[in-house]
Ligand binder design. Structure first.
Ligand code: BGC
Length: 346
């Protein structure tokens, strides 16, 4: 079968391979991959910044944002042939740590977790993949291709859950939210903010392309100018050091800043710690990072996608590239692109 692979930590090693189709072990589903979403993590893996092949192997199958059709399911499972599923990316560490033991693998304490398509486990960008039925999430057929957005949505479902838990440390009546970056992650953050009845502002450097309209259609405000303060919540989705520096400079009482973006390249943006510490303490501020998602967050994300409506979600998918065509183009950064999806079914 076809599989998109890399030799981890080796820039330029991306290729389309022909590898044996997997056979499901007891308790596993055999899934035909329909679509795989591409994100910044894939580009960082291709550029050799990180990534690990499964133990004893040299290459890693890419793809962690999946959508597939079940071909075979164990008799006692909740799945049947024909179901549409998305694979959960992170699998608990084998020790397991207290969090992984409780199903909170997104908060793994010892770093021994694996991640499909990223760390020590093959991803989903191959004609077929297998997955433990406990690590698959059934999705509504009516969502169609838009269900491939479930994994990125799960990251924001977790971010919002944690923001709300932090907010409830005291009486909490948030009103205004700033989302920095209008990529798929920022758009999901904005969607979920609107679904909570908040006033959402999205800042992004793009003044043209589909992003401004996608934000406005949600009922949120889009702008590309410098951000002003006055927000109760900031969800940073750009990973851009200058933007992060800016949002860490706001002095709103009780402000919660959630960092979701990675900044792989070194930068010379500096943060003067003494005034920052002063502002944090005197304003009861919280800055926290968030990564990955557990099964609860995938469920929350599925609800958010169902409420969002298929039409808006489908417009996030700005490029569809068939694996049998110029599949490499899927990994190129294209101006105005929101989400690129590789279609595996011919
Ligand atoms: C994925 C997460 C993963 C993270 C770090 C992200 O792109 O969506 O599931 O935990 O990368 O590897």
């Amino acid at each position: 079968m076809r599989a998109v692979t890399i030799a981890p930590r080796t820039p330029g090693s991306l290729r389309l391979d022909d590898i044996p189709a997997p056979r499901p072990a007891p308790g596993q589903l055999l899934v035909q991959a329909l679509a795989v979403g591409v994100c910044g993590t894939d580009r960082e893996l291709i550029d050799g910044h990180y990534g690990e092949a499964p133990p004893g192997e040299k290459r890693l199958v890419l793809g962690h944002e999946s959508l597939g059709r079940v071909l075979e399911a164990p008799a006692q499972s909740a799945f049947a042939a024909g179901d549409l599923v998305v694979g959960i990316v992170r699998h608990p560490d084998p020790v397991p740590c207290a969090n992984c033991a409780a199903g909170e693998w997104d908060m793994c304490r010892n770093g021994l977790y694996t991640e499909r398509g990223i760390k020590q486990a093959h991803g989903f960008c191959s004609d077929f993949f297998t997955i433990e039925n406990s690590m698959a999430v059934k999705v509504e057929k009516s969502l169609g291709l838009a269900a491939v957005l479930l994994e990125p949505a799960s990251i924001l479902a977790k971010a919002w859950e944690h923001i709300e838990r932090i907010g409830k440390r005291a009486r909490w009546e948030p009103r205004r939210v700033l989302v920095t970056g209008a990529g798929p992650v920022g758009l999901m953050a904005a969607l979920m903010g609107m679904q909570r009845g908040l006033e959402v502002h999205v800042q992004d450097h793009n003044e043209t392309g589909p992003k401004p309209a996608l934000v406005r259609e949600l009922g949120a405000k889009y702008f590309s100018a410098e951000t002003e303060g006055g927000y109760d919540i900031i969800i940073e989705c750009s990973g851009a050091p200058a933007i992060i520096r800016k949002v860490l400079g706001f002095e709103t009482p009780n402000l919660i800043v959630c960092l979701t973006g990675l900044s792989p390249a070194p930068s010379d943006v500096k943060l003067e710690l003494a005034p920052w510490n002063q502002a944090m303490v005197l304003n009861n501020q919280v800055v926290f990072g968030t990564v990955n998602a557990n099964r609860r967050h995938y469920r929350q994300a599925a609800e958010a996608l169902a409420r969002a409506g298929k039409a808006w979600l489908e417009r996030l998918i700005t490029r569809k590239i068939r694996l049998r065509e110029k599949w490499q183009q899927a990994y190129e950064k294209v101006r105005g692109d929101v989400k690129t999806v590789i279609l595996l079914e011919d």
